[in-house]
Design a protein around this ligand. Structure first.
Ligand code: 1VU
Length: 293
């Protein structure tokens, strides 16, 4: 999951484009990009589109449902689980308990639709409410369905009354840096992927590339997109470079060559178990991107 492209669920034109955009995941949105009066239409359009076109895309398909407090989630699941999505994105998740709540709902829908128990994954957005940020540690061990953790700034901004998420230089202000960092740490604790949030200025590719590079540096393994033009930039940023793959392979080989000890020296530099773990993680990401060492 390097690139995850949001596509409004009520727009057949965008669904068409989104399924061909080369994203690792297409997130068919039933939530914020769909007006309240269009929810029913979006469910019908999205479900039919997924059923008809899923064989024609290489992207995994997730559906962002409306959050558990809206009273809309059950109707979303009733309409969309029949289309057999790979996962459900849960917005405004308040804790690991919300993931368990959604998991219980999915178990019922999977049984109704003849799908294996646990086959549909869950990707929660964990920072859209202040409660969600404070409960970030509860995602560890919450559910085997957990595919990763991601974060959002706009709903949090509305919830706390922050007038802006960024300063004059375009950098996140303290509260939003905290939310971003919390997501990385909570994902690490839960041993799942950390996915960075969207960048709204979809014409500013230079700033977007910088934000992708910083996210990759800090431990995110993917990023969400709102426009198809952002997808190749994300895929490039989160695909390990040939140099990094070669270096990681050399570290793993050096440990294996001497019976997997605690520490080795390569070209005059010390490498111990954390370096080995980091190298193994990078090689796993490279394999997932179709690159072999
Ligand atoms: O050339 P065409 O007319 O055939 O296609 C346009 C446009 O329809 C298409 N396109 C997309 N297709 C699929 N998925 C998308 N997300 C998407 N965005 C655009 O690409 C062609 C060129 O589009 P454009 O450059 O002229 O851009 P527009 O003005 O048409 O669209 C801009 C917006 C922002 C409205 C559009 O990109 C969009 O709807 N994005 C998704 C917004 C969304 O889902 N927001 C909710 C998630 S954000 C969040 O919740 C944070 C956690």
């Amino acid at each position: 999951m390097r690139s995850l492209l949001f596509v409004p669920g009520d727009s057949e034109r965008k669904l068409e484009k989104g399924f061909g955009a080369g994203a690792d995941v297409v997130i068919v949105d039933l939530e914020d990009s769909v007006a309240p009066q269009n929810k029913a239409t979006a469910r019908a359009v999205a479900a039919r589109f997924i059923v008809e076109r899923r064989g024609q895309t290489t992207s995994a398909i997730y559906v962002r449902v409306n959050d558990l407090s809206t009273g809309l989630t059950d109707d979303d699941l009733a309409a969309l689980v029949a289309a057999k999505p790979d996962g459900i994105m849960l917005p405004k998740s308040n804790s690991g308990q919300d993931v368990q709540h959604l998991s219980a709902k999915l178990r019922v829908r999977e049984a109704e639709n003849g799908l294996p128990d646990g086959s549909i994954r869950i990707l929660p957005i964990i920072t859209e409410t202040p409660t969600g940020i404070l409960a970030a540690a509860t995602y560890a061990g919450a559910s085997a369905r957990l595919a990763g953790l991601t974060w959002g700034a706009e709903d949090l901004s509305a919830a706390i009354g922050a007038r802006s998420t960024r300063d004059e230089q375009g950098r996140y202000t303290d509260v939003f840096r905290h939310a971003r960092l919390t997501t990385i740490l909570a994902a690490g604790a839960a041993e799942v992927a950390a996915i960075d949030t969207v960048f709204p200025n979809f014409r500013d590719m230079a700033a977007f590339a910088t934000e992708c590079a910083e996210a990759e540096r800090d431990g995110f393994t993917g990023k969400m997109a709102i426009h198809p033009d952002q997808v190749p930039v994300i895929n490039a940023a989160f695909t390990p470079s040939a140099e990094a793959v070669e270096q990681s392979a050399a570290i793993v080989a050096a440990f294996e060559a001497v019976g997997n000890p605690g520490v080795v020296g390569i070209d005059g530099k010390m490498y111990d178990r954390p370096h080995l773990r980091l190298a193994e993680r990078l090689l796993a990401r490279a394999r997932a991107a179709g690159i072999s060492a």
